[in-house]
Design a binder for this molecule. Sequence first.
Ligand SMILES: [Zn+2]
Length: 108
Amino acid sequence: MMVLSVSMYKTNRWKNIRGRILKKHDYLCVESKRYGKTEGAEMVHHIYPLEQYPELAYEDWNLIPLTNKVHNTFHDRNNDAVIGRGLEWQEKRRKEFERFYAKLPPSD
Ligand SMILES: [Zn+2]
């Protein structure tokens, strides 16, 4: 799983979508913005993590630009689990998440 995610970040497809997501949000941290602060984004976070949901790697609604500092509060750094406000974002994207899987054909 780790190998998959590391190689994904090197693809042109990821670089393109990352650039597009940053631009879409004016290169600002969306979480800081929620709290009225203007902070330049430093990375793009997967709301539903790549490790568990590789099929959501390139979905616009699953990607938000953050500062590294804010991003650190979205994960438990011992096990990388999504915590705190990271979970709030999963709730905010619940509808898109359910719609995505509803559209997929049955796997068997
Ligand atoms: Zn993250």
